[in-house]
Design a protein around this ligand. Structure first.
Ligand SMILES: NC(=O)c1ccc[n+]([C@@H]2O[C@H](COP(=O)([O-])OP(=O)(O)OC[C@H]3O[C@@H](n4cnc5c(N)ncnc54)[C@H](O)[C@@H]3O)[C@@H](O)[C@H]2O)c1
Ligand SMILES: [Zn+2]
Length: 347
């Protein structure tokens, strides 16, 4: 026999964004008809995590220390042990409370424990609300390489309570917003214009503006995730700014955080691809209005070192280093990065 079976994978993912949503979590989780609940949270947000565990009458509340360093296979094993001790079944709902490190790790465990249990994400950073927690990619680092082991599986629900951002340092709140700027920049000109209008309120961390920005990010990312089922390749839009951005983040080894590295990467990729100055100016103005620096510190403006890192990026195959840049605002195309265009971008 030689037949192709189109296997449907129907999954619905409910996403809520707004202030004061924590109160509604018992109803959201209850709608999944759970056989008990386990809550795993970043220790940095222990107060929120413990409160949620009490409200959900969780059978276990698991604290994860130093989330980013914990995104590893040994932490997967530990969480699996804790799920076993808690008597989790494949109908137990696993709730993750924290930034992208925690939703990646806990989402990965939830997608493989008993071949998958229902999961609910409660992202507590703008980066996780605008990107990491959305779209169903879960994973852990391995052999020092980021996100080497992973799965694609949608969580059953994602609850983005803007009030959870109150304890996040303001610079981190703002830098996480680069992920929504990135998507609007290459996918949706009217969303970009709306972000321009919201920028002063976003820089001031206004909850209504943050809610709207996360709404836009969710709509754009889920649009790409759903479209990608038919139109492979649109996910590339989500990598805008990340080809050079990741290289800068690696070279800076912790001195430049992800959001700012992507902001620098977006600008540098435009310059490398000769994107018209009028478009780059709007990007620069928006990033500045959001309070995110997008100039590359001289210490890291090393074209040869950045090229070596970009060439080894996981998106690079057969020697080609693709970038996704706007041809017009809100309309992206794939362009190849070369050592020459990278040097030009940094000049
Ligand atoms: N799965 C995906 O599609 C995807 C996409 C983008 C990024 N990611 C992953 O996301 C991770 C980055 O996410 P992140 O920026 O949220 O990082 P993070 O989870 O490491 O959080 C950043 C820091 O903020 C702390 N923190 C989190 N919430 C807080 C709060 N409300 N108040 C105070 N402190 C808080 C954390 O303890 C941590 O120190 C990376 O591991 C990256 O690989 C995944
Ligand atoms: Zn990113």
């Amino acid at each position: 026999m030689d037949r192709r079976f189109a296997v449907p994978h129907a999954a619905t993912c409910r996403i809520l964004v707004g202030s004061g949503l924590e109160r509604g979590l018992p109803a959201v989780v209850g709608a999944l008809d759970p056989d008990g609940v386990v809550v795993a949270f970043d220790r940095a947000v222990a107060r929120i995590g413990e409160r949620i565990a009490v409200a959900l009458n969780a059978r276990a509340a698991l604290s994860i220390d130093d989330a980013e360093a914990q995104k590893r296979l040994d932490a997967v094993g530990r969480l699996a042990d804790q799920l076993h001790e808690a008597g989790a079944t494949r109908a137990t709902v696993l709730v993750a409370v924290g930034g992208g490190s925690v939703t990646d790790l806990v989402g990965f465990v939830g997608s493989i424990y008993l071949r998958g249990m229902p999961t609910v994400f409660c992202p507590t950073t703008t980066l996780a609300m605008c990107d990491a927690a959305i779209g169903g990619k879960n994973g852990v680092d391995h052999n020092g390489l980021k996100n080497r082991l992973g799965t694609i599986r949608q969580p059953d629900a994602i609850v983005c309570d803007i009030d959870w951002l109150r304890t996040l340092p303001p610079d981190l709140v703002r830098e996480g917003l680069v992920e929504v700027v990135k998507k609007a920049f290459v996918l949706d000109a009217s969303a970009f214009a709306e972000l321009e209008g919201l920028a002063p309120a976003l820089a001031a961390l206004d909850p209504a503006a943050l809610t709207r920005a996360v709404d836009i990010a969710v709509e754009l990312k889920m649009g790409v995730v759903l479209a990608d089922e038919r139109e492979a390749g649109r996910r590339r839009a989500l990598n805008a700014g990340h080809t050079i951005g990741h290289a800068i983040e690696s070279l800076a080894a912790g001195a430049i955080r992800h959001g700012r590295a992507v902001a620098i990467g977006l600008v540098a990729e435009c310059r490398a691809a000769d994107v018209p100055a009028a478009i780059v100016d709007r990007l620069l103005r928006l990033l500045t209005a959001l309070g995110v620096a997008s100039d590359l510190p001289r210490a890291f403006a090393d074209a040869a070192a950045l090229w070596e890192l970009a060439r080894r990026d996981k998106k690079a195959v057969r020697g080609s280093v693709p970038m996704f840049v706007p041809r017009a605002l809100g309309e992206g195309v794939v362009v190849e990065l070369t050592p020459e265009s990278l040097a030009q971008a940094l000049a």
